[in-house]
Structures are given as C-alpha cells and as structure tokens.
Write a protein that binds this ligand. Structure first.
Ligand code: DX5
Ligand code: ZN
Length: 231
C-alpha cells in the first residue's frame, strides 16, 4: 500500500482533472470542485497542431490565480519552442509540450526548468517512445497520449499500453524518477490498465467533471490506480 500524506493524497499517484470538460463560464466554481486533485490539467490548443482551439496565456493566468491546486499545462500547439516558456513564467507548476511539434526538445525543457516549472514532453499514440529513453533525465514527466489529442470524451486506446510499458521498464531500469502520465479516455474502467502498465499520473476530463461529485470521482480513481500501480 502506498503512503497517504496529510492531505489524504496517496503518495506516488496523481489525479489531474482536465478542465477541458469543465463549464468555461463557471471556471472558478469548477476549480473549487476539484480541490482534492493533485494538479489541474489545462489543455491549450491552437487549431494548428490539433484541429481544435481552446485558449492561451491570458486565460491560463486567470486559472493560475484562481485554482486551489497547481497547474499542469498541456500544450497542443505548434512551435512550443517559441510559446512554452510564457506558461512557465506565469507560474504553471508543469508545462508539457509535444515532441512532434518541438524543434529542440531538450533545450526547451532546460529553459522551462530554469524558469522554475517541471518540464514535460508528450507523444501522440503513433509516435515512437524509444527516442526519449536516453533523455529521461531531461524531463520531469512524460505524457503518453491514450487518445489522439484534440478533444475530450474520446475512447481510451489500449494499443498505447505496450509503449507505456516499455517506457516504464526503461525508467525503472535507469533509476529515473520521471513521472509517467496518461491522458485521454481515463476513467473507472480504464485507469487500472494504465496503472498496471506503469502510469503514475492520470489526466481525466469527463470522468471527473461529468460526475455528480467530482471529489468522489477523484477519490475512486485514486484508489483504483493505487491498487493496480506497479512501480
Ligand atoms: C485531449 C486532451 C485531454 C482531454 C481528456 O486532447 O489532451 O486532456 O481533456 O479528456 P477525457 O478524459 O474526457 O478523455
Ligand atoms: Zn491534455
């Protein structure tokens, strides 16, 4: 059993609700409903890297000012080399950009860390993971997308699990403390397989904000993940 800290959170498991599934005109109230989460996952989309558009730094700054939990920013944007540092500068606890979109991923991760944010890199379902194995120390978290990025409410893709398993194996073998995150279609019926494959950080949009009590949904996801966690 994993240790429980004084906030009731389970050590080693993180549940990050995605506000993409929240009511955008009631953002402050929506954020208050997920105060028991570890981070709030903030999806930035530019209608270029993905075929959908959300918001930019101005909105993220207001979320940062209002959120009871730290921000986990997921940038689904082109040219993160140009834009990602701005999100670190406004105080996001972690900033994750896509490997497919970055020109110099390691240099960018170093800049994010220098500003004071955790540095994350994300891979789409069809992107190979092996290229990251020698770069694990350059990142604080690696996001294995379990749907095609762009939209909430899609079905979890189990075919991404072998990739996550290989990554978890390499991270363990190399003694890395990198967090392994999954995002897309995570809910009560899918979180166990992601935890078994080695994920420790779970993004869930519809499964949390679609629940009548988001706090209960977070607790249930946390318990299931802890039960199946393999680290
Ligand atoms: C998808 C986003 C996800 C999305 C997850 O591109 O990156 O964070 O909000 O939503 P659910 O949990 O509903 O699949
Ligand atoms: Zn996301």
């Amino acid at each position: 059993m994993l240790p429980i800290d004084d906030t009731g959170r389970l050590g080693g498991i993180r549940i990050n609700p995605s506000i993409l599934a929240a009511d955008f005109v009631n953002m402050q109230a929506e954020l208050a409903r997920i105060a028991s989460a570890d981070f709030v996952h903030v999806d930035v989309m530019d209608n270029h890297f993905v075929p959908n558009l959300t918001f930019g730094p101005q909105m993220v700054e207001r979320i940062q000012a209002t959120s009871p939990v730290p921000l986990d920013v997921h940038l689904m944007i082109a040219d993160p080399d140009r834009w990602a540092p701005e999100y670190a500068e406004l105080g996001a606890a972690s900033v994750t950009f896509h490997l497919e979109a970055a020109t110099e991923p390691v240099a960018l991760a170093r800049r994010l860390r220098a500003i004071g944010s955790r540095a994350g890199v994300a891979v789409k379902p069809a992107t190979a993971i092996e290229g990251l194995f020698d770069l694990l120390d350059d990142f604080d978290q690696i996001l294995v997308m379990t749907v095609e990025p762009g939209f909430g409410g899609q079905s979890f893709m189990p075919e991404t699990m072998p990739k996550l398993r290989r990554l978890a194996y390499e991270a363990r073998r190399r003694g890395s403390s990198v967090w392994l995150q999954v995002d897309g279609g995570i809910g009560e019926s899918t979180i166990a397989q992601a935890a078994e494959a080695g994920a420790d950080t779970f993004v869930a949009g519809s499964a949390v904000f679609g629940a009548s009590d988001p706090g209960n949904a977070i607790a249930a996801l946390r318990a299931t993940a802890a039960q199946h966690h393999t680290h």
